[in-house]
Design a binder for this molecule. Structure first.
Ligand code: SF4
Length: 202
């Protein structure tokens, strides 16, 4: 087993998270289905806007077993995002996770940061090894780099989309409204981290 992922598993288990380690995205998708497929009655499932979750094909495959799915819309505070906040499961990735036990996410809308703190019964993170940093400080830096890439990806009218680095903007299109740091599992929610031993997402 990848020693770094094994160390992460121990660190986050001590912080109240359930942790799985997978060799690749396909195996991670299988683990997610093992968690969800047999749940009765069929559960509702919310999704953030994770490239990792999308690349696992989970939005499509889980729709076959879910009572309903709520998928993030890119513009505004959509009804599906509100429903996702009270779903049985919520699937997302993280912007960064540190070996010292922190998960960092930066959102423009705040739907993912909200859903990963309170609301859904179970949150499942799929996290590629490229998201791993040593410290919380490095995780914050990595999350900010991901924000710059996201601003470019969605053609946001932000200075970083032009310069390629964070300019600490307050523009209407800013994708950095809310930052969350999880240092332990929040009370009242089950949370599973699936670490993937390959690169996935930004
Ligand atoms: S420039 Fe604005 S949108 Fe871009 S990363 Fe910095 S704060 Fe976020």
């Amino acid at each position: 087993m990848n020693e770094e992922l094994a160390a992460l598993q121990e660190t986050f288990q001590r912080r109240g998270f359930q942790v799985e380690i997978c060799e690749n995205i396909a195996q991670a998708a299988k683990v997610v289905h093992e968690m969800i497929d047999k749940v009765t009655p069929a559960p509702t499932i919310g999704f953030g806007n994770s490239m990792t979750v999308k690349s696992a094909g989970l939005q499509e495959s889980l729709a076959q077993v879910a009572k309903d799915t709520y998928i993030h819309a890119l513009v505004g505070t959509a009804e599906s995002d509100k429903k996702a906040l009270t779903a049985d499961f919520y699937l997302t990735s993280a912007n960064a996770v540190s070996m010292d036990g922190h998960i960092v996410n930066i959102d423009g809308n705040g739907n993912r940061t909200a859903a990963t703190c309170f609301g859904p019964k179970q949150v499942i993170y799929l996290i590629g090894k490229n998201k791993i940093t040593q410290t919380l400080d490095e995780a914050m830096q990595r999350a900010k780099k991901a924000a710059v890439l996201n601003a470019k990806r969605y053609n946001k009218k932000t200075p970083c989309a032009v310069t390629g680095k964070c300019e600490n903007c307050l523009s209407p299109d800013c994708v950095c409204s809310v930052t969350t740091i999880h240092r332990k599992k929040p009370l009242g929610v089950q949370m599973t981290l699936i670490f993937i031993d390959e690169e996935a997402g930004l």
